[in-house]
Design a protein around this ligand. Structure first.
Ligand code: HEM
Length: 404
């Protein structure tokens, strides 16, 4: 039976899980005219797809062609830097880049951030607590990871607002397989501005290195290998992107899941030590990264279908995380779930480098919310979901609360 999958329909944006289940049953390797690519929904297929290096990441990189004269210069180098984002590279380039970046972005560096994350969480919540209501996204789950990652990279906090504007423009293009020409143009202009900003910042940290990722990327060296200036700028911009909207949506989608399952909120309040498994369940139940795309570098047989060379393929992480073949009762939100091997952070050589940081932020945020607020109430009947095939999250989450 043919299943209609329209990722932009309001019903699917609000709740894609029924159509994912239908696809898992009727058409697990589904050709989507709308997306111009294959859509994989079963856990086993998504895992083997992410492991299979014949599906290329480098060929999926958004290209910044069609530049006007005024936009040349910095953007040329940013266009190159974008194609050097490690998430858009294949081995051997990826192996070298990841190894060098990993040296500057170690679990130890991340562990040192916990205290700073706790301080930012407390500060953000004390600003809203007396009001009795907040927009969880705008007031809390966006500023938290944006401040943390900017701090880690070495971006001064007074530049955050400007960076947010640029990154919104770029994300609007990069995360949407169905972007228009106007969206693309705005993204290019913001790219140029952001590139110029980061090139200047690199000079600042080169002259006066301190304890931040940009300084460490400038200094990193392994077996005679170092990062080029393009790679340093590209990596910092990528970390800024990778490090905020994803975590924003982890907290936003997580709180939404708790709103639908108030008994689980009570479990968390009664058992604060459950917070680590609660974060894993939020990632599984309604994760922030809906899909990962690749391009087939040769003809590949998958689930009885013939994927041609050059075809685009989307591995739907959120569908895989609700596959009943992998998770008993997958639609049940259970913060004490055991053996929760979700693929929300991807799988294989591109497995999320920031997972330890996202986990710390998610755990500190949920713990503080559960400690302070007995019960949340949603202040709207119409949530607006971002129209993205990649990032899943709401634009705003107006909440009020009862009791503490
Ligand atoms: C890669 C998810 C937070 C840095 C990835 C990938 C996923 C992902 C699915 C795999 C991409 C692929 O297979 O092509 C998430 C989620 C997050 C999160 C769900 C939050 C809940 C972060 C944070 C950072 C970060 C906070 C760092 C500041 C990266 C990097 C990669 C990556 C550097 C590229 C790894 C590579 O290509 O080798 N992330 N991420 N992520 N993520 Fe995250």
């Amino acid at each position: 039976m043919a299943v209609a999958y329209d990722p932009k329909s309001p019903a699917v944006l609000a709740n894609p899980y029924p159509v994912f289940r239908q696809l898992q049953i009727d058409d697990p390797v589904h050709w989507s005219e709308l997306l111009g690519g294959w859509v994989l929904t079963r856990y086993a297929d998504v895992q083997s797809f992410l492991r299979d290096l014949r599906f290329s990441s480098s060929r999926i990189a958004p290209r910044m062609e069609t530049l006007s004269d005024a936009e040349r210069g910095r953007i040329d180098s940013l266009g190159r830097a974008l194609s050097l984002w490690m998430v858009f590279t294949d081995p051997p380039d990826h192996t070298r880049l990841r190894m060098l970046v990993h040296k500057a972005f170690t679990p130890q560096v991340i562990a040192r951030m916990r205290g700073r994350v706790e301080a930012i969480v407390e500060e953000l919540l004390s600003q809203v607590e007396h009001r009795g209501e907040m927009d969880l996204i705008g007031d809390f789950s966006y500023p938290l990871p944006a401040t943390v990652i900017a701090d880690m990279i070495g971006v001064p906090s007074e530049n955050l607002e400007q960076l947010k504007q640029w990154s919104d423009d770029i994300a609007g293009f990069a995360a949407n397989a169905l972007s228009t020409a106007a969206v693309r143009q705005r993204a290019q202009q913001s790219m140029a501005a952001m590139a110029a900003y980061f090139w200047e910042l690199m000079e600042v940290h080169r002259r006066a290195p301190s304890d931040n990722i940009m300084s460490r990327l400038i200094a990193v060296e392994e077996a005679g290998e170092t990062l080029s200036e393009d790679e340093i700028v590209g990596t910092c911009i990528f970390l800024l992107f990778a490090g905020h909207e994803t975590t924003t949506n982890l907290i936003g989608n997580g709180v939404l899941a708790f709103l639908e399952h108030p008994e689980q909120w009570q479990v968390l309040r009664d058992n604060p030590s459950c917070v680590a498994s609660a974060v894993e369940e939020c990632l599984r139940y309604d994760g922030p990264v809906m899909s990962m795309a690749r391009v087939a570098s040769e003809e590949i047989e998958l689930g009885g279908k013939r994927i041609r060379q050059g075809d685009r393929v989307f591995g739907m992480l959120n569908a895989a995380n609700r596959d009943p073949r992998q998770f008993p009762e997958p639609d049940r939100f259970d913060i004490r779930r055991q053996d929760n091997r979700h693929v929300a952070f991807g799988f294989g050589i591109h497995f999320c480098l920031g997972a330890p940081l996202a986990r710390v932020e998610g755990q500190v945020a949920l713990s503080a919310l559960a400690r302070r607020f007995k019960r949340f109430e949603l202040q709207t009947s119409e949530l607006q979901w971002n129209e993205s095939i990649i990032l899943r999250g709401v634009k705003a989450l107006p909440l009020s609360w009862v009791g503490s």
